[in-house]
Write a protein that binds this ligand. Structure first.
Ligand code: IVH
Length: 691
């Protein structure tokens, strides 16, 4: 956001909205929107504040953990605040995190421990002399709720700490002895004396949540929306029996104090030894590259896991470094949550454009600020029809939640009306077709508005197919079925739009997956430079085909020159008469066409012809050639290209203006016609001699 005033307003709105959701999330255990959508709002706020740091206030949601413990539970003040983690979404963001901490610790070298980030509820458990004494939720980070009675029902949580065997302790010491205080560590493992506070995540397995929802459905009770809500709701049941029925699970990720365990890896190993489940996919990583490959390999297994994870928690392995780096706001500097790409996000609808499909149906399409969903950038979402816009209550300028589930077309699922500024505009379906201008009609009881001109879509499709076709832009992979879908979905309304497609836009279309979408976008992008003749041909000017386009390109050398050309100048070109020159002039005079061309020139550069001088000095320059029959030494197209390179032009039919007709094997009637008109005929050998 360029304007500071505007940023300030947006920040205020975002804070109000995030706080409202935060209360729902932390206190009511029922969040109206998904966590990914909320994350997206938070991320926007964070970035706006980073751009204008003096707008940061101490009570901004980015600066504190909000939410109050619910009534009905005893409050527990945490000995050490329960922190949260800064989210990062890409390798670049991880690298800039490392740069930041490297600046603070210039001498340090970093190694890591990466552990799957469970989608559940943080709890802390105090053990005294090895016995579970108190378990509490995070609450607002400082004060949580006493949920001991419920935590005790979770079998994964030891009520009494386990004492490892001698063999296990030995093995542990051997593995870690260079990095830990062995005496202190051994005492922690064996003796469990005094106070030990363990932290971890309570969660519900996928299977358990499905079973629970089946039961709730039978009893006509509201279903649990997601695993976090399920875990939180269960752990905050006042009746432990109810909580026990929910079949919760637990994994530990840390404990307070140092206990001689000076690496994160040793701490995870120790947790396992004293009886806590820790995530089996967590691992020591000697470099960020290793963390990245772990992230990818765990990501591949994600669907098959019986619990939900939304990323990897990356911690420095060296605990001293970690504690020296300290805490900024509510997050430790030495740890980040590297999140898997979100499938939901928030963005702003800038325009609602209307596309026309094969059946003539008008489809409104939201054109949005780019938003990254599940790793790809998305800029368009179909709104289907007028009623859907009404149902959503969507206005142009609204902030919306968009979702992209798997390989499905992105969808606007919700409007966030509280973020309105008052400048949003109501959308109205046009009364005439945006393509052909004919009347549109919406029948009684119908949802679709349709163009009354039956040929409308066909014309549009033909024009676009010609543009991308072999004689024009020559973009491979844009067949009829795909172009049809692109028009139908409103992704392509004019030629320039092909160049604005992102892999994310394509992934939802039939027949596309991540790899093929990227491949097509790369292919399109590789055509930003185009030979002038192809560019002229691609415009689809009436009476200007491949051949005339080449003649025009050779004659004018650049697109600007052609665009400026007068009727006389046009007609000086061999083969161009009044009908063609009129059509060209009319094309450039039409404001709609002119706008299309301007948009196209923003994304495509027609190459200037530099060989004109050379060509005009060649003995063949200015001569006119016709080819008929097949040649033995090269294809006809190659032969044509050769004479053109020498400044000659090639026409399709023989006339008095023709200088040479090259006659190959099995010639057509052109050879006869040449004879009749007295035009010089060349055999293949004679032709080769000439060139
Ligand atoms: S380490 C600063 N490890 O993520 C606290 N946390 O945003 C970091 N979480 O409230 C704790 N899985 O409940 C850690 N493997 C994991 C985790 C994990 C989930 C939660 C934790 C915390 C939140 C931080």
């Amino acid at each position: 956001m360029k304007d500071r005033k505007e940023a300030e307003k947006r920040i205020k709105k975002l804070r109000e909205e995030i706080n409202r959701y935060r209360y729902q999330y932390h206190v009511l255990d029922s969040l109206e929107i998904s966590e990914a959508a909320l994350d997206s709002l938070k991320h926007e706020l964070y970035e706006l504040e980073q751009n204008d740091p003096d707008l940061i206030t101490p009570n901004s949601p980015t600066q504190r953990v909000a939410g109050e413990p619910a009534k009905g539970f005893k409050k527990v003040t945490h000995q050490e605040r329960m922190l949260s983690l800064e989210d990062v979404f890409s390798l670049e963001e991880v690298e800039s995190w490392l740069e930041r901490i490297q600046k603070l610790q210039p001498k340090a070298t970093f190694d890591f421990y990466a552990d799957p980030k469970m989608d559940g509820l943080a709890v802390t458990m105090i053990y005294r002399n090895g016995r579970l004494e108190i378990a509490a939720t995070r609450g607002d980070g400082t004060v949580g709720e006493d949920v001991t009675h419920n935590i005790r029902t979770i079998e994964a949580v030891p009520l009494q700490l386990r004492t490892p065997t001698d063999g296990e302790v030995k093995k542990f010491i051997k593995k870690h002895e260079d990095q830990i205080d062995t005496q202190k560590a051994e005492a922690t493992l064996r003796a469990h004396q005094g106070r030990l506070e363990i932290r971890g995540e309570v969660y519900m397995t996928k299977r358990q949540l499905e079973k629970l929802n089946r039961d709730l459905k039978k009893r006509n009770q509201p279903l649990l929306a997601n695993p976090r809500n399920a875990a939180a709701g269960s752990i905050r049941q006042l009746d432990p029996k109810m909580a026990a029925e929910r079949g919760l699970a637990f994994m530990a990720y840390g404990f307070l104090g140092d206990h001689g365990l000076d690496t994160t890896e040793a701490r995870y190993d120790a947790l396992r030894l004293i009886g806590f489940p820790v995530n089996a996919h967590g691992a020591y990583c000697s470099s960020i590259k290793q963390v990245h490959s772990l992230m990818v390999s765990v990501g591949r297994k994600r669907d098959a896991l019986d619990y939900w994870i939304d990323g990897m928690v990356v911690s420095l392995n060296d605990r001293k470094l970690l504690s020296d780096l300290g805490v900024v706001g509510k997050t430790p500097r030495g740890m980040v949550a590297w999140k898997y790409p979100a499938e939901q996000g928030t963005t702003i609808v800038r325009e609602i454009r209307v596309s026309v499909g094969r059946t003539g149906a008008l489809t409104p399409v939201a054109v949005m600020d780019p938003v990254t969903l599940a790793g790809t950038t998305v800029t368009h979402a179909s709104l289907h029809n007028e009623d859907e816009i009404k149902r959503l209550g969507l206005k142009v300028g609204d902030t919306v939640i968009v979702e992209k589930a798997g390989d499905v077309i992105p969808k606007v699922i919700q409007v966030l009306p509280n973020l309105r500024t008052g400048t949003e505009r109501v959308f109205k379906m046009p009364r005439s077709c945006p393509i052909c201008g004919s009347d549109v009609r919406r029948g009684a009881g119908e949802v679709a508005t349709v163009c009354t001109n039956k040929g409308c879509f066909a014309q549009e499709l033909a024009r676009m197919l010609y543009f991308v076709g072999k004689s024009a832009m020559d973009i491979r992979g844009l067949g009829e079925k795909i172009v049809e879908q692109l028009i139908q979905e409103g992704l392509v309304r004019e030629e320039a739009d092909f160049f604005k497609l992102t892999p994310g836009d394509l992934e939802g279309l039939e027949g596309f997956a991540e790899v093929s979408a990227k491949k097509l976008v790369d292919e399109i992008q590789s055509h930003r430079q185009v030979p002038l003749a192809r560019f002229i041909n691609a415009l689809g000017i009436l009476h200007v085909g491949e051949e005339t386009a080449r003649d025009l390109a050779t004659a004018f050398g650049s697109f600007e020159e052609l665009r400026k050309a007068t009727k006389e100048e046009l007609e000086e070109v061999d083969g161009i008469g009044g009908k063609v020159s009129e059509s060209i002039l009319e094309f450039f005079r039409d404001p709609k066409q002119s706008e299309r061309v301007d948009h196209l020139l923003e994304v495509v550069t027609p190459e200037q012809i530099r060989s004109r001088q050379f060509a005009s000095h060649s003995p063949l320059s200015g001569t006119s050639w016709v080819f008929t029959g097949s040649l033995a030494s090269m294809s006809r197209d190659e032969a044509k290209a050769k004479v053109r390179a020498l400044g000659a032009h090639v026409t399709a039919s023989v006339s008095k203006k023709t200088d040479y007709v090259v006659v190959g094997e099995d010639p057509g009637s052109k050879a006869e016609k040449a004879k009749h008109l007295g035009v010089e005929r060349l055999s293949e050998k004679q032709f080769l001699d000439r060139i």
